[in-house]
Design a protein around this ligand. Structure first.
Ligand SMILES: [Zn+2]
Length: 103
């Protein structure tokens, strides 16, 4: 007999102290210090909402403003996407790093 999984049980188990993921202003990756820079002009100048500047160990993110407004979850996804590019950079995985489908 197949057992049905009661998902409501898991929903109730979510801790009440759950806190949102926060994008750090700086972080360490394999001992390298990376900075996160919020830019007003990224969409405009680079046609991107996020960008990794590997040689300067920096992730640029588009700041919300009157022209560009994105949900926190979308901004977090962009940060994580750029972080994965940076991880591959640090690992010298130069074939995987530009693979947008994977990243
Ligand atoms: Zn990418």
């Amino acid at each position: 007999m197949a057992m049905e999984l009661d998902l409501s049980k898991f929903v109730d188990d979510v801790p009440k102290t759950y806190t949102k993921f926060r994008i750090p202003s700086a972080f360490y990756l394999f001992g390298q210090r990376y900075e996160v820079k919020w830019r007003d002009d990224l969409c405009d100048k680079e046609e991107a909402v996020g960008q990794s500047i590997y040689r300067e160990q920096r992730i640029d993110l588009q700041k919300n403003n009157v022209i560009v407004t994105r949900k926190p979850s979308q901004i977090e996804n962009t940060f994580l996407h750029e972080l994965i590019h940076c991880i591959f950079w640090e690992l010298r995985e130069d074939e995987l790093r530009p693979n947008e489908k994977l990243v």
